[in-house]
Design a protein around this ligand. Structure first.
Ligand SMILES: NC(=O)c1ccc[n+]([C@@H]2O[C@H](COP(=O)([O-])OP(=O)(O)OC[C@H]3O[C@@H](n4cnc5c(N)ncnc54)[C@H](O)[C@@H]3O)[C@@H](O)[C@H]2O)c1
Length: 224
């Protein structure tokens, strides 16, 4: 794979640093970055990656359009309006969006869908645990789980509760528990390192470079 010139929005953050590390290890070149201390540009990026905060979103998509570069966004807590705008922008540039770039969470979602179809008369609860610095609550991943659960729940069982814990430096843990009269079944994903999300981003980078304009998710990336 030839060297990719890339840009990062949220470059000084925990995820920004992790993504820069993995991109550089793979022979790619950081040519643009943006964070609270301003912007730095050495060249036009062929791809732009945003792991920042929702308040940076408008500025970030302006950069994506300016550079006409594919856009990968993992920022959580986006409003419905921002998600709609992202889908609109994907008519002009290819976009990959996911609230979770790990392989394991995609598998968790598949398992949850399967269990949910079989256990429609059981109770279900979602618990997410994250580090104390996390800004949004509930997590984007918990919202993804909730939307998968809601697809197959009868109307009366559609109110799915999410409990959010903020503890120390936990990277990210999601549990989905089903409860019947006499037994419970729990499935848990535990992100041990942010590296796992950065690996997903690297796969998304290699996926998106030759794609047509459009809105893609990590599911498209992992199944390619
Ligand atoms: N999709 C995923 O797989 C995934 C995984 C982990 C984290 N996330 C999300 O990615 C985002 C970043 O996570 P993090 O742990 O790196 O957080 P962080 O707080 O460490 O990093 C956020 C960065 O954004 C910068 N920032 C904040 N306001 C800004 C502004 N107005 N202008 C410019 N820069 C600004 C901060 O200075 C910081 O460097 C969060 O939304 C988080 O929930 C997504």
């Amino acid at each position: 794979m030839s060297k990719i010139k890339y840009g990062i929005v949220g470059a000084s953050g925990k995820m920004g640093k992790e993504i820069i590390a993995i991109m550089n290890e793979n022979g790619n070149e950081l040519v643009f970055k943006y964070d609270l201390d301003g912007e730095w540009e050495n060249d036009s990026p062929q791809i732009l990656i945003d792991f920042s905060l929702p308040q940076v979103f408008e500025k970030s998509i302006d950069y994506g359009i300016k550079f006409k570069s594919p856009f990968i966004i993992g920022t959580t807590g986006l409003s419905d309006e921002q998600m709609n705008k992202l889908k609109e922008i994907s008519k002009q540039i290819p976009v990959v969006q996911s609230y979770n770039f790990s392989v394991g969470v995609q598998l968790l979602l598949e398992c949850v869908q399967l269990l949910n179809k079989k256990l429609t008369d059981w109770d279900v609860e979602v618990v997410e645990t994250h580090h104390r610095f996390k800004k949004d609550k509930p997590s984007g991943t918990a919202l993804m789980i909730k939307s998968v659960l809601a697809q197959d729940r009868p109307a009366g069982k559609a109110g799915i509760n999410i409990s959010s814990l903020r503890l120390g430096n936990v990277v990210g843990e999601h549990s989905v528990s089903f409860g019947g009269l006499g037994e419970t079944l729990t499935i848990t994903h535990n992100a041990i390192s942010r590296r796992t999300f950065a690996e997903g981003v690297l796969r998304a980078v290699n996926f998106i470079l030759d794609k047509q304009n459009g809105f893609y998710t990590i599911k498209d990336v992992l199944s390619s």
